[in-house]
Ligand binder design. Structure first.
Ligand code: ATP
Length: 220
């Protein structure tokens, strides 16, 4: 895909901690959807869920370690440093001000996040600000959806990733990143899992950081 203005992908999350599926999602955007740059935005206080287990400073450092060797990945520390609820629409408004009216923005989401969309603050404004690229995730089916998500897909989904306009479309794509979740990583560490088991879920530099700072232990 070659657009006049290269699209920018946005990957928000708690990243508590960042794991292999997050990287697979960002790599799929870059390598399969043709979006050369992915901006990682760890949340300060994520809305709709409890406090992160690790402090923002640690979650930022872990994302920085995970993406250090990756072409086109960049970390945005703004939300994490604010320590207030990170709502996606205001974040996209801020980004839109930075990149201008024309540059395509593509919000990357796993299927679980997409299913929760109707509960988001000001969610209908999303489509004036960005496209959505929604990755499949085991355990979160996108089949047989009721309103409003089925209407949204009927009106906005396209089979091919078409991200040359600034905003407004939805592209659903298959991702084989497995069932890994940050919850599973935290639970395994608290239960005393060995490094070999954890390396199947998280990158080595992230594990090294977690061990050095004794994160997620049941009894730190
Ligand atoms: P937790 O278990 O703490 O809820 P998580 O593993 O879902 O965390 P988040 O930081 O909440 O991670 O997710 C950031 C983004 O990554 C979300 O859009 C989420 O849907 C997506 N994502 C996370 N894990 C996967 C996965 N295994 N497959 C596809 N998408 C995923």
């Amino acid at each position: 895909m070659s657009c006049a203005d290269a699209p920018l992908a946005v990957l928000g999350g708690t990243f508590d901690p960042v794991h292999h599926a997050h990287l697979a999602l960002a790599r799929a955007a870059r390598d399969r959807l043709g979006i050369p740059e992915v901006l990682w935005i760890p949340a300060g206080l994520p809305p709709h869920r409890g406090l992160p287990k690790a402090a923002a400073e640690h979650r930022l450092a872990m994302v920085a370690a995970a993406i250090a060797q990756e072409k086109g990945f960049r970390l945005d520390e703004t939300e994490a440093r604010r320590m207030e609820p990170s709502f996606t629409v205001p974040t996209l408004v801020r980004l839109r001000e930075q990149v201008g009216r024309e540059r395509p923005l593509v919000l990357l989401l796993g299927a679980d996040a997409f299913l929760g969309l109707p509960a988001w603050h000001r969610w209908r404004e999303l489509f004036t600000l960005a496209h959505l690229a929604v990755a499949t995730r085991p355990g979160f089916s996108l089949e047989g959806l009721g309103p409003p998500l089925c209407d949204l897909l009927a009106a906005r989904a396209h089979q091919e990733p078409r991200f040359c306009t600034p905003a407004g479309g939805i592209h659903v794509f298959p991702l084989s990143a497995g069932t890994v979740s940050a919850t599973e990583v935290r639970e395994k560490i608290a239960a005393g899992a060995h490094d070999a088991e954890l390396l199947a879920l998280i990158p080595a530099p992230v594990l090294a950081y977690i061990r050095a700072h004794r994160l997620y232990l049941a009894d730190p």
